[in-house]
Design a protein around this ligand. Structure first.
Ligand code: SAH
Length: 356
């Protein structure tokens, strides 16, 4: 415990932007260009310790070791799909918490799905990540290091990032913004904003705040229902933000950024997969320049939600298409490894807790 307390008292240099780091380095009595060197070690070369920063003087490195922490995630487990090469990673944080990230290999490049929080407090009924509630939000460095560690592990460039793992990014807003700044910085990994997607369950004020930043990132909205009543049954957050207000926030995002919003819709057998749902969806999203992504629900053992039959899924998609909607069914990746978001972490925690 003592050790943990000490860690939090140390300066998290990897979550700083170059400007902040420069100011900080000056307070340690070093020249400004040292910040640039450190930034390169952290965000281009992705080293895991101050000792590896070999162009800094030994005495400066000692000072850094005494005053700062260099956040670096430890790979606990990797599952590799034999079907499509998808990799699920379990990382351990410095305080012992574990998080999950996924690498998906596509023809157009490598995409990483990262977690934004340890656990989640949103309570969506079908989601494994929220079953044990929220522990804490991730620091910017903890978000970005998921990408760095995976890049190092596969020895290839990561071209796309989706914030769709465990956690609600809008519930960790300031750290999310800093993460985006670091990820898209030309002095770092330099990933284009257009290659980043942030998914939210629909925290309206934060969606608007993000829109006002006028970034070029893609916003994905977890809709999952065609009307307020059904959404309430699946997503407690609907108690706070009504479905039309959430859709309006998406329209606002498009107005401010010109970026087409993606709606995610988990298809649950017998719950939201009827013709009536098709009609209501078409009405709800009428006139919007958007994309609808249908995701056959990934069953979790704690709930009895099931995927609709393939025939129903195809029918649902075709009817939406006929109504002029832009719609795709998400291809399932890594079917043979612990499927749905949060299931690998949950399994790990359940087994380690049993053992104690
Ligand atoms: N909190 C954010 C991001 C994390 S969840 C959000 O709600 O968007 C990423 C996506 O996976 C969301 O659309 C979420 O609703 C969906 N999801 C979670 N569990 C799922 C499951 N068991 N089957 C299908 N989709 C699921």
């Amino acid at each position: 415990m003592e050790e943990l307390k000490n860690k939090d008292a140390l300066t998290d240099v990897k979550s700083m932007n170059l400007e902040e780091l420069t100011e900080y380095v000056k307070t340690l009595g070093e020249k400004a260009f040292r910040a640039k060197q450190m930034y390169q070690w952290m965000h281009v070369k992705h080293v895991d310790s101050f000792d590896e920063m070999t162009n800094l003087s030994a005495s400066f490195r000692e000072k850094l070791k005494a005053e700062c922490r260099l956040i670096s995630l430890k790979k606990e487990e990797v599952q590799i799909s034999k079907l499509d090469g998808t990799r699920k990673y379990l990382f351990v944080l410095e305080d012992g918490n574990v998080i999950e990230s996924v690498l998906m290999k596509y023809k157009h490049g490598n995409s990483v799905c990262i977690s934004s929080q340890v656990g989640c407090r949103m309570g969506c009924r079908f989601c494994a990540s929220t079953l044990d509630g929220l522990v804490r939000g991730l620091r910017p460095a903890e978000m970005i290091d998921q990408i760095y560690q995976i890049g190092k592990d596969i020895g290839e460039r990561i071209s796309n990032v989706v914030v769709m793992g465990t956690g609600e990014p809008m519930d960790n807003f300031d750290n999310l913004l800093r993460f985006i700044e670091l990820l898209t910085d030309e002095n770092g990994l330099n990933i284009s904003q257009r290659n980043l997607t942030v998914s939210t369950c629909g925290i309206v004020p934060k969606m608007k705040e993000l829109a006002d930043k006028k970034l070029q990132i893609t916003l994905a909205l977890s809709l999952h229902a065609s009307n307020q009543q059904k959404r309430l049954e699946l997503m407690p957050v609907a108690n706070k933000y009504e479905i039309h207000d959430v859709v309006d926030a998406c329209k606002y995002y498009f107005e401010k950024t010109g970026r087409r919003v993606t709606f995610e819709y988990s298809l649950v057998g017998g719950v939201n997969d009827t013709d009536e749902d098709v009609n209501e969806l078409v009405q709800l999203l009428k006139g919007m320049n958007c994309h609808l992504n249908l995701i056959p629900v990934n069953p979790i053992k704690e709930r009895d939600f099931v995927q609709p039959d393939t025939r129903i899924i195809t029918g649902f998609k075709n009817k939406l298409e006929k109504s002029g909607m832009n719609v795709t069914v998400r291809r399932e990746m890594g079917r043979d490894i612990d499927g749905a978001c949060g299931q690998l972490r949950k399994k790990f925690m359940d087994t380690t807790n049993d053992a104690m």
